[in-house]
Design a binder for this molecule. Structure first.
Ligand code: ZN
Length: 75
């Protein structure tokens, strides 16, 4: 499409804009949006990890497993 290069994203409010210097909404600095390093469903990664732990796919000691599960389920 070629418009991708013009698109900027506000670092402050996260709004997408074609403005090249500052956000029209809040005046914050804008930058070229980069694809996120992690996919959005990575917040489910901890549930997958928890499942691996409880199902025994991941071999750790009981103590370590308890620790990890507790820290995973805290949030
Ligand atoms: Zn903004």
């Amino acid at each position: 499409m070629g418009r991708q290069g013009l698109l900027r994203r506000c670092e402050v409010c996260g709004a997408y804009t074609l403005s090249q210097d500052k956000c029209p909404k809040c005046g914050g600095p804008v930058r070229t949006p980069h694809p996120p390093k992690f996919s959005p469903d990575d917040r489910f990664a901890k549930y997958r990890l928890a499942m691996k732990l409880t199902s025994g796919i991941l071999k750790v000691s009981d103590e370590v497993r308890e620790k990890i599960l507790k820290s995973l389920l805290k949030t």
